[in-house]
Design a binder for this molecule. Structure first.
Ligand SMILES: Nc1nc2c(ncn2[C@@H]2O[C@H](COP(=O)(O)OP(=O)(O)OP(=O)(O)O)[C@@H](O)[C@H]2O)c(=O)[nH]1
Ligand SMILES: [Mg+2]
Length: 213
């Protein structure tokens, strides 16, 4: 009898585990140098006191997907969401090792970085196909948003029917134009921030609770 009760308990625990909904995963996507890791670090620091990864002015600093689990944020509206934040390598259509040499990286190291960056793009796309529930698409507001890679990425995210929040970053710089980003993607919410200085991140947190909740 006792054996039967224990077996029943074990089966019920197993079924609970099997059908438990995994934590929602929010991926930060966008071209290299947009400020994805800077923002991921800010979110994680603001809400857990930890960090995700190193930041650099050299593009393709992030060449592996990095994840911080179970981050809970609360908007000014009082709504909370818990998610895993996924920082991804910058996606581009062309990676040339010479790009790194311009930043003073030795040739051998530059070739290695270019190969890793290419693998990183493939890994980011794999996560997007399999493991991501919502996307923060990050753009540098000082640059032209109508680049092929942005149109393509936003199209892929839309076709996967994932909620998307566009972040117009580097708004602290004088030639930043979040309006240009809004006009490029009128079908999606756009939040203008400075991930570096933390300007307007409260609005971003609020929007995250609304769109990813
Ligand atoms: N002025 C300004 N600079 C920023 C801002 N956010 C990031 N940066 C700078 O932009 C550069 C790239 O930042 P990262 O956070 O490494 O960018 P990333 O998108 O993760 O880049 P990859 O990993 O290479 O794809 C660094 O020099 C940052 O300090 C911002 O809001 N304002
Ligand atoms: Mg990065």
């Amino acid at each position: 009898m006792e054996f039967l009760v224990r077996t029943k308990q074990k089966i019920s625990q197993f079924l609970k585990k099997l059908f438990r909904k995994r934590t929602c995963r929010i991926g930060i996507y966008g071209p290299p140098n947009a400020g994805k890791t800077t923002l991921a670090n800010r979110i994680v620091r603001d809400w857990t006191g930890d960090a995700v990864g190193p930041v650099s002015e050299v593009p393709h600093e992030t060449r592996r997907v990095r994840r911080k689990e179970d981050v809970t944020i609360t908007g000014q509206n009082g709504n909370s969401i818990t998610f895993d934040i996924v920082d991804t390598p910058g996606v581009t259509t062309k990676i040339d090792y010479k790009e790194f040499i311009e930043y003073g990286v030795e040739k051998e190291e530059a070739v290695r970085r270019a190969r890793e960056a290419t693998e990183g793009v493939a890994e980011a796309m794999h996560w997007l196909r399999e493991d991501i529930d919502g996307v923060i698409y990050m753009l540098d507001s000082t640059l032209d948003p109508f680049q092929q890679v942005n149109i393509m990425m936003v199209g892929i995210i839309e076709s996967r029917k994932l909620p998307i929040l566009i972040v117009a970053n580097k708004n602290d710089l004088p030639d930043a134009s979040p309006a240009r980003i809004k006009s490029a993607f009128p079908q999606h919410p756009v939040v203008a921030v400075s991930g570096l200085e933390g300007t307007n991140v409260d609005e971003l947190y609020e929007k995250m609770t609304l769109y990813f909740g």
